[in-house]
Design a protein around this ligand. Structure first.
Ligand SMILES: Nc1ncnc2c1ncn2[C@@H]1O[C@H](COP(=O)(O)OP(=O)(O)OP(=O)(O)O)[C@@H](O)[C@H]1O
Length: 257
């Protein structure tokens, strides 16, 4: 299902940031994220990527400033309304293991009250490539299979803002490529995709914008090849890197030694 034109709105962060234990994790972020943007959030372990995603989704992470979608302050929206606007695939897949895969994916469709949850679930399972797992219990799945179920749940929620926390961390090469294509496809539909990503090559090849969070609290937002240039990456990670381009045009960011 493609978002209605009225759902193609920018997401504006105004002096925004996540808070953990009454401490702000980054300097205030102010940025406008246009419809169709696939934004990669990168930065070292513990810098606050997951917290920022959770804060934007207002899913139990405290925040300061505002995150507004089409002028609507998400922090003031009712939970049901927010579930129609924002879906979150968290890193910690704390789902009840006794649920069947199709029931868990159905939670996504139910959260946003889609008209035909059955069809929505079927389509989400197919897009995530896991239709064959529909009647398996979640607890019996492998780590990568669980990650794809969580992706299908988010697809079934069918929101204009899709937030993914390290969506490919448990996936094999073929599934990584499939998820990369799904992310681009969501962007092409005009959705806003925001993903925390450790694989900087993935960020280079998949994202239209990258936000690099520095350990010092600063952030850099821009075109992927600019933000992931050698100097910025060294400042953030302490590793010397180069961006290589394959004959087929894929970019690979690799350490120099
Ligand atoms: N539930 C929590 N309660 C309190 N502090 C937390 C909680 N979750 C994370 N933190 C702290 O917030 C900071 C940012 O953590 P966060 O998980 O957002 O970082 P990250 O950049 O996503 O890390 P990683 O790359 O390792 O996943 C860390 O110092 C972490 O210890």
């Amino acid at each position: 299902m493609i978002p209605a034109p009225s759902e193609l709105q920018p997401l504006e962060l105004d002096g925004f940031g996540a808070v953990r234990g009454s401490v702000a994790l980054s300097d205030p972020l102010s940025m406008r994220i246009e419809p169709g943007t696939v934004l990669g959030i990168v930065g070292p372990n513990g810098v606050g990527k997951s917290s920022l995603l959770g804060a934007i989704a207002h899913s139990g992470v405290a925040s300061y400033g505002t995150a507004a979608f089409g002028g609507e302050d998400l922090g003031r929206s009712r939970a049901k309304r927010r579930a129609q606007l924002v879906s979150l695939m968290a890193q910690d897949h704390g789902a009840p293991g006794e649920l069947l895969v199709r029931e868990l994916v159905g939670v996504g469709a139910w959260a946003s009250s889609r008209e035909d949850p059955h069809a929505t679930v079927g389509s989400a399972l197919t897009r995530a490539g896991i239709a064959h797992l529909a009647d398996r219990r979640y607890a019996t799945l492998s780590g990568g299979q669980r990650q794809l179920v969580q992706l299908a749940r988010v697809l079934a929620q069918n929101t204009p803002i899709v937030i993914l926390d390290e969506p490919t961390s448990a996936l094999d090469l073929a599934h990584q490529r499939a998820v990369e294509q799904i992310m681009r496809g969501l962007g092409n539909q005009g959705r806003i995709v925001i993903a925390a990503i450790h694989d900087l090559s993935l960020a280079l090849n998949t994202c239209t914008r990258v936000l690099l969070l520095d350990p010092g609290g600063a952030s850099h937002n821009g075109a992927p090849h600019e933000v992931l240039g050698a100097d910025r990456v060294f400042a953030a990670y302490g590793v010397r890197t180069t961006i290589h381009t394959t004959p087929q045009g894929r970019r690979i960011l690799a350490a120099d030694d």
